[in-house]
Structures are given as C-alpha cells and as structure tokens.
Ligand binder design. Structure first.
Ligand SMILES: CC(C)(COP(=O)(O)OP(=O)(O)OC[C@H]1O[C@@H](n2cnc3c(N)ncnc32)[C@H](O)[C@@H]1OP(=O)(O)O)[C@@H](O)C(=O)NCCC(=O)NCCS
Length: 244
C-alpha cells in the first residue's frame, strides 16, 4: 500500500486504487449544486437547518454522483442511492460487473470522499475538539487494548492520539457499514502515530486501516477490505474541475 498524490490526473476507477478527495466546504455554496441531487435528496436538504450541514450534504453527494455518472452512464440527478439497514449509502447498479464503492465523511468545513471498485471502504475526518473529556470518552468507546495503549502516551499527547484512534475506529465501522451498531469496544486499532495496520473483525477477517493526512486541526483515516494503493487529492481546484 502506498499513498500517491493525485495531482491533476483524472480519476480512473480500478480495483487496485482507492481515490480520496479532501473537500473544503467553505469555498463552495450548496445552492450551486442542487441540480446534481435526486428529488428525495432535495427534500432532505430542506430539513437540514444550517448552511455548513447543507454544504456538507449537497456538495459531497454532488461530487460522488458526478464521478459515478461516467460509470453508470446516467446524469447525476438520476442516480439513486440505496441504504443498508445502518444507513450506509450505496449504488446497487454495477459497472462492467464491478461494484462501485464509495464513502463520505464531513466535519465542520472539511470533508472526505473515497471511491473505488469492488473494495469495501470507509473514511472518517474529524476536527480535533480540545474541550472533550478524553478519559470518560475513551472509557466509554475504546476497547481495553486501546485504553491501555492511550495511557502509555504523555498526558499532553493524549488529545491528539485519542482523535487519531477515533477516526480509525469510525473508518472501520463505516467500511463494514454497521456504524456504531458494530460495538466500538468490539475491536481494536493501533494508536501508534504512524502505524498502518489491520483490524480484525468479529469473524477474524482482516481490514486495512490507515491514518491518512493531518492538517490544521483535523485527523483523517481510511479502512479498506483489500489492500490497495491510495490516490489522494487535497487541491481545491480539483474539486471545482469535477463539478464543472
Ligand atoms: C453514522 C456514522 C456511520 C458516522 O457518523 P459521523 O462520524 O457523525 O459522520 P461522518 O461525517 O463521518 O459520516 C457521515 C456519512 O457517512 C455515510 N454513512 C451513513 N451511515 C453509514 C454507515 N452505517 N456506514 C458507512 N457510512 C455511513 C453517509 O454518507 C453520511 O453522509 P451523508 O449523510 O452526508 O451522505 C456512525 O458511525 C455514527 O453515528 N458515529 C457516531 C460517532 C461516535 O460516537 N463515535 C465514537 C468513536 S470512538
């Protein structure tokens, strides 16, 4: 597994590569992208009551749909997502017998989209919150192994390490598609800063869990079912080019 910079290259979905795009919602306005959404999504937007959340929902879906439209030979607003019983969106249609896999995450003004073929994936982005109580949250959500790992770090590093652990855990339950119903203390990730490793699910199957990039006050992670190369873009103009 390697992480490459996507630069200005076009996304060309394959089973060997996972593409990850970083979005900055503060540079975009959801009203410009409503035409990408289906009717039921447009109704959902009406029920979202703040602009950041509207931006998160509309812009990330607009990008996913624009990317999928090439493979499904449909215009974006005709692409309908289905949902598993835990709310994970997916497209039931195949592309040349391949399943089109994607996942979305957002936190405040930033978001992540991951997209690939035939590889179950989950992404998570989280803005670091310095006001939370690390002890009580890790007690509640972390496995025994993770709690032990966390205690080995100096106190002044624990907020950082906690959030790295959090995004890895979230990306795993999102890749599996169960969300929190999976049981956050049912599995462990590595808390080592640069440790790229695997997570075992409840059936002892390996899932590959990676810390992605860190910037400003944000942590990010990606989990995938099959080890693949990662192509990452964090250029704002890349997103604008996709949407125009
Ligand atoms: C819903 C959940 C999957 C992610 O929630 P989140 O971290 O608040 O939100 P994110 O921004 O990362 O992800 C939201 C996106 O994930 C996707 N999603 C929704 N349910 C999903 C599921 N079961 N599996 C994978 N992806 C899912 C959707 O695309 C959604 O965005 P959209 O509604 O704009 O389309 C779930 O894990 C959750 O409720 N987490 C709560 C947080 C928590 O307690 N974490 C403790 C960690 S230690």
């Amino acid at each position: 597994m390697n992480i490459y910079n996507l630069n200005n290259n076009e996304i060309d979905l394959s089973t060997k590569n996972v593409y990850v795009l970083l979005l900055n919602f503060s540079m975009l306005n959801y009203q410009d992208y409503m035409t990408y959404l289906s009717d039921d999504e447009i109704q959902r937007v009406d029920n979202i009551n703040n602009k950041i959340k509207k931006n998160q929902f509309v812009i990330s879906r607009a990008i996913v749909k624009k990317l999928l439209s090439k493979y499904l030979s449909k215009i974006p607003n005709q692409i309908e997502f289905s949902y598993n019983k835990h709310g994970k969106p997916f497209v039931p249609e195949k592309y040349n017998n391949h399943s089109l896999e994607f996942n979305i995450s957002h936190s405040d003004i930033y978001g992540l989209i991951a997209i690939t073929l035939d590889n179950k994936i989950g992404v998570d982005i989280q803005r670091i919150n310095h006001d939370i109580n690390i002890d009580s949250l890790s007690e509640r959500f972390f496995s025994e192994d993770e709690k032990e790992q966390l205690m080995k770090f100096d106190k002044n590093k624990r907020t950082d390490v906690f959030h790295n652990c959090w995004v890895k855990k979230e990306s795993f339950i999102k890749a599996i598609g169960s969300g929190v119903a999976y049981g956050l203390d049912n599995f462990s990730v590595s808390l080592e800063e640069n440790h790229r490793n695997y997570v075992l699910d409840l059936k002892n199957k390996k899932w590959y869990c990676y810390k992605l990039i860190e910037f400003e006050n944000y942590k990010t992670a990606l989990t995938m079912e099959t080890k693949s190369n990662i192509f990452l873009s964090y250029k704002e103009n890349y997103i604008s080019n996709i949407l125009h």
